[in-house]
Design a protein around this ligand. Sequence first.
Ligand SMILES: [Zn+2]
Ligand SMILES: [Zn+2]
Length: 238
Amino acid sequence: MLAGALVVKNGWRELRTKHREVQELSELLRSLPIHSPEALALPGFRSPDSVSQKTADFMTNHGLYSGKARRCGKPTLLMIEAFTDREAEMLQAAAAIEEGISSGELHSLPRQPDEVDETGATAIEGRLLVRRALARERDPKLRALKIKQVQRRGQPLRCEACDFDFARTYGDLGEGYIEVHHVTPLYISGTQETKLDDLACLCANCHRMCHKSRPGESWRTPTALREQIRKSVQSAAH
Ligand SMILES: [Zn+2]
Ligand SMILES: [Zn+2]
């Protein structure tokens, strides 16, 4: 994703090994705490050369390129598609990942259970961004503030997508329980403080469905999910 962002900003042209951006990206990638010592010891691992080759993959597999395409994997092809369809969104996501890595925030976050779905595929926003979003949403203080806001407004505490009410189903065990979800993805809202109105209350099922990531797709908003439920209930009735 980060190499793709470099190519897009360079007018869909590759960047050579000597480019400052390529050198910096290589350093940034090698600094991630996700590599095994064995991988880091391999001579070409995330080297400036390998970053430059990745940018060539992006350039030569893009629809505008008239020469021969380099062989590359499916993930790169999906990234090219995403950058082509949603350039601004993808550039913002790449910037947020870069910022999260350099600030150190992404280094200290533990893995989150929902960051990868059962197929092992990740959201287009990238696994690290999912990790960051989920970690922030689990902040108990934020959840408490949102629940208070809903109660102050005299609204029932239930799922905004499917109306599920934990207290109605589970009695006092479910009293006051709901999950909160950022409607605006973090890569768009940036590091600014979360506004309570940007949080939606969701049941655990709908929350998962909002984040469920399929390659080439963004997260669903609660409103979009509500529409999806309505449609599928309707088609089941016919
Ligand atoms: Zn729900
Ligand atoms: Zn969420």
